[in-house]
Design a protein around this ligand. Structure first.
Ligand code: AVJ
Ligand code: FE
Length: 413
């Protein structure tokens, strides 16, 4: 049983997280005109304005309807802002921005009022899940905005150039043995429960693959050489004839930044080119949180302290990638860098349930994606909120998607 004081500080923690995440979401809209607000930049993604409405809808649904038990405050918005009613292409006729901002605000006021009296000891997981839900849509908003910017610019907008030090493709050795994968405290259903996993001895890159390293693949004719590609990858490439990542700059100041804007197939082809492979998600996770001395998994690579700006590049603070060796304080127990933040990392694994998986808060959240069509990404990007960062977090997308902020690192036996 939590004491009264514990409950109060828990309530405060939820309040602070709700408000901090909301401030960051709204900031993303500072420069957004109504045309950008309603524009669908890509088939796979709804307009940014839709995401904003969906954030309010989801908060009302789970906190007010589900936990508090009241009828919807804005029943007229369900059809538009629920995730499973309209096809993505029919989400472009949006109410004016101010109306959606009012919607967000009204829902939030009712939610904060309820938070004062809610039995949060029993509801804690759903509150934190909801906070992370906004975090995820916030990242999607960032990537759609970047995508729209890209459609009007000739080259990737490099904000500031950083001194170009070459980063060597060093690898870290991880001895064979068990580690604890997954978490019993992460609100995400797909990250639970924790369980022991035995891995053979392997090597994993200390850093994500850099643009400088990837340039060698391009210059060696990697995109024209069948040998590096799997059957599915080559087929994808023939149907989508690309010859460089989606987010790419010829500026050599970018050489020590992680490559990103690549599909899973491009990551796989590069790994073959250098005689390596993509890590499984278990290999990624062990390198990202197992402390071999204390024989325990930590929440983050550096331990259990909540992420701050010395640990990595996230929370849209920098607004773009950073050199892969910029954050020594974020190093993992085995010495890997840049695991959380900067760019998501494709892994070799299909998205599938851990043993004893239980859906939460609804089957459509993770379970319907256990379909051997989605690849797992680990880590987080420069646009991921710290409330949604952890070494046990699993993200998933179709392998052909390049619009997400995803790069990769390699492994070998
Ligand atoms: C896990 C990021 C792929 O954005 O579609 C948000 C997360 N699920 N609302 C997505 C999600 C429901 C999901 N991703
Ligand atoms: Fe959602």
């Amino acid at each position: 049983m939590e004491t009264f004081t514990q409950a109060k500080s828990h309530r405060n923690a939820i309040y602070n997280a709700l408000e901090q995440v909301r401030d960051r979401s709204l900031e993303l809209f500072d420069q957004v005109d109504f045309k950008t607000f309603c524009h669908q930049a890509h088939d796979e993604f709804s307009p940014v304005g839709w995401h904003l409405g969906h954030i309010a809808f989801t908060e009302g649904l789970w906190i007010l309807e589900h936990l508090k038990g009241i009828p919807p405050l804005y029943p007229q918005y369900r059809k538009l802002f629920a995730a499973d009613i309209l096809p993505k292409a029919e989400r472009q006729n949006l109410p004016p921005t101010d109306e959606i901002l009012d919607y967000l605000h009204e829902i939030r006021s009712a939610v904060l009022e309820y938070l004062e009296i809610a039995p949060i000891e029993q509801q804690s997981r759903l509150w934190w899940w909801l906070i992370q839900h906004e975090c995820q849509h916030s990242e999607t908003i960032s990537l759609i905005l970047q995508l729209q910017q890209l459609q009007t610019l000739p080259d990737y907008p490099l904000v500031s150039s950083t001194p170009n030090q070459e980063v060597l493709p060093e690898m870290i050795e991880v001895p064979a043995g068990e580690f604890i994968m997954g978490s019993d405290t992460n609100p995400q259903d797909n990250a639970r429960p924790s369980h022991r996993v035995y891995l053979n001895h392997y090597w994993i890159d200390r850093y994500p693959v850099t643009c400088g390293q990837y340039r060698e693949f391009i210059e060696a004719g990697g995109y024209q050489t069948r040998q590096w590609w799997s059957k599915a990858g080559w087929e994808w490439l023939q149907n989508n004839p690309v010859a460089k990542p989606l987010y790419w700059s010829e500026n050599p100041a970018w050489d020590n930044h992680p490559v990103y804007g690549v599909s899973w197939y491009e990551a796989e082809a590069y790994a073959n080119f250098v005689g390596k492979r993509l890590p499984t998600e278990a290999e990624w996770e062990k390198a990202a949180r197992w402390n071999p001395i204390l024989e325990k998994s930590t929440v983050y690579p550096w331990g259990d302290d909540f992420p701050n700006s010395s640990h990595g590049n996230f929370d849209t603070r920098v607004g773009q990638t950073t050199p892969v060796n910029s954050y020594p304080a974020g190093e993992s127990h085995y010495g890997a860098y840049d695991l959380l933040g900067n760019v998501w990392e494709w892994t070799a694994s299909w998205f599938s349930p851990y043993p004893n998986f239980e859906a939460f808060p609804y089957r459509g959240y993770s379970e319907v994606y256990f379909d051997d069509q989605h690849r797992v990404l680990r880590g987080g990007s420069w646009a991921t909120r710290p409330q949604a960062l952890s070494s046990s977090w699993r993200n998933w997308y179709y392998p052909h998607l390049r619009q997400i902020f995803a790069g990769f690192r390699c492994a070998k036996n």
